[in-house]
Every structure is written in C-alpha cells, then in structure tokens.
Design a protein around this ligand. Structure first.
Ligand code: ATP
Ligand code: MG
Length: 586
C-alpha cells in the first residue's frame, strides 16, 4: 500500500453539512451488477447466498466491517441469506477468544446470521473425501519434497516451475500414502498432498499447489482428531460449495487465486457452483488494517489490548464510543470499487458525528477546572435548573442541573489579560453560564508562591435565570460549568491518531510503520469535574460534553469511585455562531 492510487473519495468533508461522498448506493456497483445479471440469466435458481468468512486469528477491524456490510447487505437486498463462516484451517494461529469476539462484533454491527454459523473445520471429513476424489481422478498426488524444495521447484514469474519427482505416483500409491498421512504415520512436513495442475502455468497459484500438510497441532474445535490440515485455497472454494454459496465476495489479493478456486469447483462434483468476485479492500489514512500488524501492536504492548480505543478494531471503536450505525453508514457511502484506494479517516469521523449529533445528550464537564465563587449568591442555596438534553431532538426532553455558590469553569475560559476578541471571562467582563445566569468577574485570587490563578470571584444577575436577561442585554460568551459540591470527579482520556502520518508506511530507510506511531495518541486528564447526571453514564451511550467533544464511559477502566470517559471524536463547529465567530477572532 505504498503509493495508493488517488481516489475521488479521498476528499475531506468541507463542513458538517457537506456529505463527503456522492451517494453511490443510488447507482448499482459492479458486484450488484454481476448479481443482477446472474439473476437475469436464471443462475442459482434465483437465489443469492453470501458468506462472511473470517479466520479466527485476530479481532475484526473496520476493513472487515466493509466486508460484513457488503455480504450481509447484499443478502438482505436480494432476499437471500448470509452465513457466518469461520475459516479455521490454520490451528496454530487460531483461538476461541477470536471466535467469540468476532461473533460479538458482527452482532454489534447489527447483522444476524440466525442459525447459519459454520466452521470450515466442520467440513474436514468432507474436504478429506474431496481430496481422495481428486486423487482418484489423477488430479492430486502425495509429494515428498520439503516445503523449501517445493518453493524452489515452483519457479518464478519469468521461469516455469519444475515438476516434482513424485508427480507420477500411481493413483493407488497416492491413495495409500494419503490415508497413511491422515493416520499419522509420517512426521510433520515430510509429505504433502498437491494438486496436479500445471508447473508451467503463468499463474504461480496453479503450479501444483499444496492441498494438505501434516501438522500435529491441536485445533480449537477438532482438538487432536486431525494431523493433516487443508490449505486455505483448497478449503475455501469447497466450503463455499458445501454451503451452496452463490457469490463468494472477497478482496483483490485473491484475484490471482480465482483460477484455482474455479479449478477445484470444476474438478469435483459439488452441489453448487459458487462464483468468486473480488473488490478493493478498505484502507484508511493514519491507520493500519493488517491483522499481522494489529497483533504486533497488541503483543508488543504499543496499545492496551485489542479493544484499546485507538485501535481500528470494532472492539476498539466500540469502546471509543463509535456507533454501529455510523460505521454502517460509512461503509455504504464508500461503496465498492475494483481498484485500491485510501479513504481519509475524516470521512469515518463525519458519519460518526452525524449520528452522535442526533443521539448524544448534551452535558457539562470541566476538563481543566478553575474554581469560581459567586459572592452575591446565598451561602447554602441550591437551585435546580432546567437543561435541554438535545437541541437536535426535542423528544430527548430536559433534566435538572444543580447550581450554587461555588462552581468550576474551564481554566482556559478565563484570561486576566484578554487578547482582542476574547469573549469569554476576564476581569470586569460579563458572560453567560449555560442554562444558568449572567455573571461578571470581580476579583482574581492567585497562589502567592506561583502566581497561578486559583480562584475567581464573580457576581451574578439574579434576573438572568436560565441565561437570559429581561432588559435584552447581550453577552458574547457562553461558558459551561459544573457545581463544585455536586460535581463528580472523573478521568478523561483524549485520543488522537495512532500514527503520525496519513500513510504509516511512509518511513525512513531501515524503519518500519512502527516508527510512525504517535507518542501522544493518548492524553489522560485527571481531576476533571463532570455534572452529577453523568453518574448514570453507561458504556456505549454517547454524550456531548458541551463545547468540548463527544464522549462515552470507558467500559474497562471506569469504577463508581472514578468514572473514566473516552473522547470519541471532536466536535467541530456545533456550538453555534457565537463560538464560531469567537474562534475566528482569536
Ligand atoms: P488474514 O491475513 O489473516 O487473512 P484478513 O484481514 O484477510 O487477514 P480474514 O479473517 O481472512 O482476515 O478476513 C475475512 C474477510 O474480510 C475476508 O473476506 C477479507 O477479504 C475481508 N477483509 C479483510 N480485510 C479487509 C479490508 N481491509 N477491507 C475489506 N475487506 C476486508
Ligand atoms: Mg484473509
């Protein structure tokens, strides 16, 4: 993915209201065109059956989401079904932890495989019988070359391969040896079963590929039942055929494998003839989406597990506060193409904001608290003020927030010497406290040693309850705040991209993508103050901390003593015109 083709989808969304894409769902993509044509020709008895085929060797990521949305989406549109199939042919790398996480993530995204959950390992017996059938057809042979020798004999793109000296074994000998391979008579790696195709084929995948290797490894489902395991290229098309898959949609790297896919299907008498269709995988800026790399980041503790909120895994995105709908809308907007491209991650964030804007309750939280005392407010009085939950959604209603003499505001909302155009609080200046009152700053208290401002003293206008005056007096700044005695202390985690460069592979010579890891991708703020309603926060429920960003409760580190909030995504201009013009002037 060094120098990806430029894509029209790379454009950055210009503003909150500009959708970043033309809506490709209105035009039919090339996959749906193929399916439409197949249906027109009466293929597959008019049925459409797809599958999502993860290998349980890692957690699902946003790239897989594209494949899930495509496979389950197509099934839904064509009144067909989509199977969830685990391609578990590689026991060394696989684990039930991954099986469980994959099921959880597909469900969370909003798709349902009903009772159609399958495992390639369920077909091991059938796949074995197909292999015997190939031997009987004279289309497969047992080979004693070592894996290294097989590689040497394979040749290159410019040179044809060399035939194995074992290629001409008789059918009887091959059957006998293959059965003995299964029975465990030979050491690991000493023999393999290979297809007999064409060592001179310009397509290297067709040069007598290995179908079975001997590996004494415990499988997470079949345990020690098998000591020979089928190769992916062999197991995949036949698993598709066994399930009656009509359209086997996969990513472009399998394009060169399609002749082999079709070869297996044409040699064997399978009950259905699936058709492989390749599409371009998803690549995102500032992101790596290779499982090998994600595993490396987890195992070497560059991140805090598969569900670290900086990870592009579905588990990480969920913990960060992404919604399934945002991811599905993103996947449908990017559409499918036949050549690789890189999508700007801002596009994903666009769909996230769009969904959060509708769903998130607006609350107040102070990340960097500065104490503010209202001198003319009665000592023990507490008022319950009304706050609207979501101006985008009147049905979300209102809630009560406590107001009293001692509050916290954001440190950066006060300047002793305000620059021109600073409309927030400064000595003698009047501002509005959101949902509350107008206040004017009258006095600053500083730490005698450090000179740091530690407290502000203000007066409030009792006639401005709710944040509006009766005399029509206007203020330019509106600040968020929390009541000091009622606020809950929280930890807040701010995230930025995990990588410093849009293309993590853009590195100096001798370095790899890890040299582009962003050392500041996580900032932890302690001693933040959040309004008391956030005591009810639950993971997965989005909030907008007014004027800050979208946040959600962290599912791993939160406790009742100390809630932890993850910043899901920054706001961009949603606080209204005053703030916008203010920001422009600053
Ligand atoms: P591996 O290297 O382990 O095969 P993989 O990412 O291909 O990694 P699979 O579990 O084989 O993982 O993937 C399941 C399905 O998801 C496959 O059909 C694959 O083509 C698809 N897929 C994987 N990555 C992407 C991506 N970035 N964009 C779209 N589809 C993807
Ligand atoms: Mg794969």
């Amino acid at each position: 993915m060094k120098s990806p083709e430029a894509s029209p989808l790379q454009t950055h969304p210009q503003s909150e209201s500009d959708p970043p894409f033309n809506n490709p769902s209105q035009s039919v993509d090339f996959i749906r065109e193929i399916i439409n044509q197949d249906l027109k020709e009466g293929k597959n008895n008019g049925k459409v059956i797809t599958r999502f085929p993860p290998e349980p060797n890692g957690y699902l990521h946003i790239g897989h989401a594209k494949s899930i949305c495509l496979n389950f989406g197509i099934a839904e549109e064509y009144n067909g079904v989509c199977n969830l199939r685990f391609d578990d042919t590689n026991p060394e790398k696989e684990d039930v932890e991954y099986v469980d996480s994959i099921m959880e993530d597909v469900k969370w995204l909003g798709f349902d495989w009903e009772d159609r959950i399958y495992f390639a390992s369920d077909y091991f017996e059938q796949l074995y019988l197909y292999a015997e059938e190939l031997i009987e057809l004279g289309k497969a042979y047992v080979c004693d070359l070592t894996p290294d020798e097989i590689r040497e004999y394979r040749g290159t793109l410019t040179e044809p391969g060399k035939e194995s000296p074992y290629r001409s074994r008789s059918i009887e000998e091959n059957l006998n040896l293959f059965r003995r391979m299964r029975a465990g008579e030979f050491p690991d790696g000493s023999k393999s079963l290979r297809a007999k195709i064409d060592m001179a084929s310009p397509n290297l995948n067709m040069r007598d590929p290995v179908l079975y290797r001997i590996r004494r490894v415990k499988h997470h489902r079949t345990e020690n039942k098998w000591c020979i395991y089928p190769m992916y290229d062999y197991a995949h098309p036949l698993s598709d055929a066994i399930e009656g898959i009509t359209h086997s949609i996969c990513t472009l790297e399998f394009e060169n494998h399609r002749p082999l896919y079709d070869w297996f299907i044409s040699q064997l008498n399978t009950k259905s003839i699936p058709r492989q269709i390749e599409f371009a995988r998803l690549n995102l800026t500032y992101t790596v989406l290779s499982k090998r790399r994600l595993i490396e980041l987890v195992q070497n503790k560059f991140v805090d597990g598969w569900d670290d909120p900086r990870m592009p895994t579905l588990a990480g995105l969920r913990r960060r506060g992404f919604t399934p709908l945002a991811i599905r809308n993103f996947c449908s907007a990017i559409g499918v193409a036949k050549s690789d491209s890189v999508i700007d991650i801002a596009n994903l964030e666009y769909f996230l904001r769009e969904d959060l804007n509708k769903k998130a309750v607006r609350v107040m939280a102070v990340l960097n608290p500065l104490k503010l005392v209202i001198d003319n407010y009665p000592e023990d009085k507490v008022e319950e003020l009304d706050a609207e939950n979501n101006p985008e959604n009147p049905a979300a209603g209102t809630r009560k927030i406590p107001f009293c003499k001692t509050l916290y505001i954001e440190k950066e909302d006060f300047r002793e010497d305000p620059p021109k155009g600073f409309f927030r609080l400064s000595p003698g200046k009047e501002v509005r406290l959101k949902h509350a009152y107008y206040i004017t700053c009258e006095k600053i208290v500083k730490d005698p040693k450090t000179g740091e401002i530690i407290e502000l003293h203000c007066k409030y206008d009792p006639n401005s309850r709710g944040g509006w005056t009766t005399d029509g007096r206007k203020v330019l700044g509106t600040l968020h705040w929390v009541s000091a005695p009622h606020a809950k202390e929280a930890e807040i985690r701010l995230y930025s991209h995990l990588f410093l460069k849009p293309d993590p592979d853009d590195v100096e010579e001798g370095q790899d993508y890890k040299s582009n890891l962003n050392p500041n991708s996580l900032t932890i703020l302690n001693g933040c103050k959040v309004e008391p309603s956030l005591m009810q926060a639950k993971p997965g429920i989005p909030y907008q901390f007014l004027r800050q960003a979208y946040f959600c409760l962290d599912s791993r580190h939160s406790s009742t003593e100390k809630p932890v909030f993850n910043r899901t995504v920054t706001l961009r201009d949603t606080w209204g015109k005053i703030e916008k013009s203010q920001r422009r002037k600053e």
